[in-house]
Each structure stands twice: as C-alpha cells, then as structure tokens.
Design a binder for this molecule. Structure first.
Ligand code: F6R
Length: 612
C-alpha cells in the first residue's frame, strides 16, 4: 500500500526521491520520509503529504548521492512522524523503508525487547530493521547477508530498501508480495514500487521476483539471489511507459485527464485484437487457454472494488453472448470461504494494479486447487499478471488518480472481446450479430469522445448536487453494475453516501429513502428493460425524488418526467455499460471538485491495496 523509492549513483538523491515520492503518492499519503547520508544516515520524516516533507527538509543538509524514500498508508500504527518511514536500527546505523506487512512482528519484537532492543514506533517495519541489526552483529556478516537471513525469519509481505553507515556504496532491496522495480542507469540505480519514478531516467529495468533479494552497488554492480541463497542473474527488461503518460498534461487532476483519455485508452485496448478486415478477434493469451475455457464448468471472476464491478459486467457479457456459466466473487470473501474450486474451473482475476493482495491470494488458492487461472491486468509485469497462467493486458496506460476510470472501461472492453471470441467459437450468437457487435465495438472510442464533449453540461448538472447528503443509483441488466460503479465513484471521492441498486429492487427497501432531497441517478437506456426502468422513474417522481436520467439519444419519454437528462449514443445493449459509465465519472468528479475534495487522493484510500 505504501510507495518506496531509492537512488544510488552520482546525482543528488534528494530531488530524485522527492519527485519519485510525488509520483508514488497515489499509493499512500498519510506520511512521508527519506533517509540520506550526511556523514551518518539521517532520517527525515513527516506526517502528511510529500509537500509537507519537502517543507520540513528546507534548510537541512540534504546533499547525498544515496537515499531511500517512502510514502505511507498506515497499517500498523497511526499516521504520525514517528510511525512514518524510514525506520532505523537501535544504533541508528541502518535505515529501512518497507511496503507490506510483517505478520509475525510481535513475537520477533518481544524476543528483541528481551535482548535489550527499544522501539520508538508502533510499526512492524522498525522490528525488521532491529532484527537485521541483531543478525549483523551476531553473525558478524555483511548487510546483504543480514537482510537475507532476517527475511528468512519473517512471515508476511515486503518490498524493502535498506542502507547503512557501514557501506554507503550499496542499497539492499528485497521483494515478497509487494512490488519492487530496479532501474539501471550508467553507474546508478533507481528503486521504486512501480516504474513511474524511474521512466524519466532509464528504460532498463529489473522487476524483482518473489523471495528475491539484491545488492545494488556502484562498485560491484547488481547482485541478485533468492532469500534461500541461490545466486541469480538479473533479467533486464525494456520499459514501454512514456513520461507524458504519467504527467498531468495541463489537466487540473489526473482523474479528469484519465476520464478524457478514454477514447484513446479504449482504442489501445482493442488495437491489434479486433481485426475488422476479417471480422476476427486475436487474443493470444486467452486463445491459448480457450479449450480450457470452453470445457470449463464455469468461470469464476475474482476482483475487488471497481474491478469487481467490471467483473459483474463480464458475467452479463459471458452469459449472454457466450452462454458460459459465470460467478463473480469478491476476492476477499472467496479466499476465506473455503470455496469449492474444481480442476475444470477457470478463474479469471481482474485488477488494474495487478497488486491487490486479496486478488493475489484468491488466485494462489485457485492455483493450489488446480484451476486454470487467467488475469486481466493494466500494470505490465505486475504480480497478478505474473502469477496467472495467461491473460490480457488492458493497455489503458498508467492510471494515477486513485479512483479508477479508464482502467474500468478498458477492463469492460477486454471482457467484451473475450465474450465475443468465445461466442464465435461456441456459435452461441449469429454471425451477423457477432459482426454487428464487432463493428460497434470498433466505433465505441468515437462514441466515448462524444460523451466526453458533454463535459460542460455534466459540470452544470453537478452544481445542483454539491450539498447532497445521499445519492441512489439505479440500473437494470447490463446497467446494474454501472449503477454500482457510479455510486462507488461518487462516495470515494466526494464522501457523499451513495448506493447502487438493481432498479427493480428499489421497491424492496430503498424506496423508503426517497423524498424531495434524494437525487437518484437512473440508467434508462433504450435497450435495457427500458419500460420497466421508466416505471421505476415514475415511482421515484411520485415520491418527489430528483431524477438524473442517462438515456439514449432522442428519448422523449424520460425527458418529460426526469429532472435532468444526459443522452448517450445509441449502441447495442452489451456495449451500453462503457458509454453509460462516462457521465457518471464526470458527475462524481465535478461534485467532488466543487466540494473541495482532493479527487486524486481521496482520504483513507490508496491506489493499490497490497494489504488484506
Ligand atoms: C475504486 C478503485 C478500487 C479498486 C480496487 C481494486 O475507484 O479504484 O475500488 O478498483 O481497489 O484494485 P485493482 O483493480 O488494482 O485490483
């Protein structure tokens, strides 16, 4: 959940660390800190954002060509200066930054306390650095070896970077369960939780694998081994990311930039996969497992949050088009429920970050039981992508705003492609319908563009709801998950309580909430149980609720009864979720901005949830 950065080389580390932390701030932003070498290793840390840390460092001696930095999302211990990383050893000679959780830290802490160690913070991380120190002193060994030995004693997840007074020509890094990338420059190394802080300096990277520990030294180069002490050769890859993709590019917020990017991100998702010349779909990863999918008893989709909503749309698509039995599970529930998983099941994980701890754990469980495990991921080289047997990248580009927007529409696009691919193989839809959907899918980026051109109109509508206390979102069929996603987007960035419901369920409870103060967003597009949803709108209006309706262009019926109407282009029903979602993203964005909320970094949230 936290972000880590590091540098060793010939440049000044401080500006690289600060810039890197700003790029990683989406991963956590309740406190931040750095360690630099100034005759001794010095830790500078501060509750709050990276900007607070910068202010705190003003006037301090920050000259150093080695350093590590951390932006925190609290797990063990409240956000404050003391619990912020880096943490140091008892004698202050070693500093560590850590992303993850050391599960057995309490027993280690007690044992260390008995041997005289005193702890300043409430964190599990401080225990780890004391353990490294203890081992180094006892075994009289190098920092590299002490870190390796210490990691053999801990249970849990970690991406760490460690520096010490003893040898300022080295940074020790290790990874298990949390991501860590090393960038390789000319006589310099860059370390980060993801590639965004690195891309500006080098495109040569090594993604550490599970249970690997490395020593990065200017003198000796890149030494890599497993924590079991097996020596390895680092596998250097070329980064595909561009610098522009991770900068705001003139937008006020990353979220708005990412909403506006959707015509391009969806185009990138279908590029090379949807081949209109011969009406075919090419998806190598999925294709290579299509026999497993076609023979499967069912597909179990596992995901969290917005990705889970995409999974629900996937259920409608796969059942409707490919006639495959689908179950959609919250990864966090699935992994602890003793689920029945058979070898003939196909488990499909969906994740933007590819690092969500619950999704990863659910995948491991499914693998243990012998199921085929596929994944839809945005972040290339992420843990989920690497754990899967095969899968498809969404290619939506880096998503920095904490609230997921373009990754969601890309996930739905991939699920549409997979459903169409399987539908054709199974002949569950007619050739003409298949071709029609293919053509319409190819045209979706243009239609999304037309939705985005309604930005000012949606902004105007948003003004009316800045002070709303609650919101209801209703949709039916394919649009039910869109209602859930609309509600999630609003609550996470504007802190307005919002609930999504299948429209027909309204009369089984939520209708009691409706009065003249209750805004209700209803997705009432022409093909999705239209008449029934129109009746629901009438039921709402009969109780004086305020209706914002998402309708198909040219609709006149709903226009007469709803208070506000947002039109979307006509499209085949399975493709409505992509279009209907766009105005809901904009609505929540503008309401949140008008309420003065930090939309890119909503309170208590982080972009990738790498803890349970
Ligand atoms: C909401 C949001 C979260 C994520 C969830 C899963 O806008 O972003 O609900 O969707 O934490 O994350 P990934 O997709 O990275 O596994």
């Amino acid at each position: 959940m936290c972000g880590i950065v590091g540098y060793i080389g010939h440049r000044q580390a401080y500006p690289i660390l600060i810039k890197g932390l700003q790029r990683l701030e989406y991963r956590g932003y309740d406190s931040a800190g750095i360690a630099l070498f100034d005759g001794n290793i010095m830790n500078y840390k501060q509750k709050g954002k990276v900007a607070d840390l910068e202010q705190f460092c003003e006037g301090k001696n920050i000259k150093s060509t080695i350093g590590i930095g951390h932006t925190r999302w609290a797990t063990h211990g409240v956000p404050n200066d003391v619990n912020a990383h880096p943490h140091h050893s008892q004698d202050k000679s070693i500093s560590i930054i850590h992303n993850g959780i050391i599960e057995n830290y309490e027993s280690i802490k007690k044992a260390l306390q008995k041997r005289g160690h005193q702890f300043e913070s409430e964190t599990d991380t401080e225990v780890l650095v004391h353990l490294i120190e203890e081992i180094q002193k006892k075994e009289n060994t190098s920092l590299f070896e002490s870190v390796r030995l210490a990691l053999n004693e801990v249970v849990g997840a970690y991406a760490i970077a460690v520096i010490s007074n003893e040898n300022i020509d080295e940074v020790i890094v290790a990874k298990k369960g949390s991501p860590l990338v090393v960038g390789i420059g000319e006589n310099e190394f860059f370390i980060a939780s993801d590639a965004t802080p690195i891309v500006e300096y080098t495109k040569e990277v090594v993604y550490l694998e599970e249970g690997e520990v490395a020593r990065l030294s200017i003198k000796d180069g890149f030494e890599l081994k497993t924590i079991e002490n097996v020596i390895l050769t680092p596998y250097v890859q070329e980064l595909e990311m561009s610098l522009e993709a991770i900068e705001k590019g003139g937008y006020e917020h990353f979220m708005l930039k990412e909403i506006f990017e959707q015509p391009k991100s969806i185009t990138d998702t279908i590029r090379g996969r949807l081949l209109s010349s011969n009406a075919s779909i090419k998806m190598q990863g999925i294709d290579s497992y299509s026999d497993n999918i076609l023979q499967a008893d069912r597909i179990i989709i596992i995901a969290c949050g917005t990705s889970w909503h995409a999974g629900l749309i996937g259920e409608y698509l796969l059942e409707d088009l490919a006639r495959i039995n689908v179950e959609v599970e919250y990864a966090s529930e699935f992994r602890y429920r003793n689920p029945i998983i058979r070898e003939k099941d196909v488990v499909l994980a969906i994740s933007q970050s590819g690092e969500t701890a619950d999704t990863l754990a659910a995948m491991r469980l499914a693998k243990e039981k012998g199921a085929t495990v596929l994944a839809i991921c945005n972040v290339v080289g992420s843990s989920i992508a690497r754990l899967s047997d095969a899968g498809a990248y969404t290619h939506a580009g880096p998503e920095i705003g904490v609230a997921s927007t373009k990754a969601f529409t890309a996930q739905v696009t991939i699920l549409t492609l997979i459903s169409l691919l399987l539908a054709r193989k199974k002949s569950t839809i007619s050739e003409s319908y298949y071709r029609q959907l293919l053509i319409e899918l190819e045209m979706i980026p243009k239609k999304v563009e037309s939705m985005i051109s309604m930005n000012d109109y949606v902004e105007d509508i948003s003004k009316k709801f800045v002070d709303a206390q609650n919101f209801l979102y209703l949709g039916r069929g394919y649009n039910f998950p869109v209602a859930l996603e609309g509600a999630l987007k609003l609550k996470e960035i504007s802190y307005i309580h919002a609930e999504g419901y299948p429209a027909a369920e309204m009369k089984h409870g939520p209708i009691a909430l409706i009065d003249e103060n209750m805004p209700i967003v209803v997705i009432a597009t022409k093909k999705g149980h239209y008449e029934k949803v129109v009746s629901n709108i009438q039921e709402v209006k009969a109780r004086n609720g305020i209706v914002i309706a998402i309708v198909t262009y040219g609709d006149t019926t709903v226009k007469e009864i709803a208070d506000y109407v947002i039109e979307i282009p006509e499209v085949a029903e399975p493709l409505t979720p992509i279009l209907a979602n766009i105005p809901l993203q904009l609505l929540s964005y503008y309401i949140a901005v008008m309420r003065g909320c930090n939309v890119d970094q909503p309170r208590n949230l982080a972009k990738s949830v790498t803890v349970e």
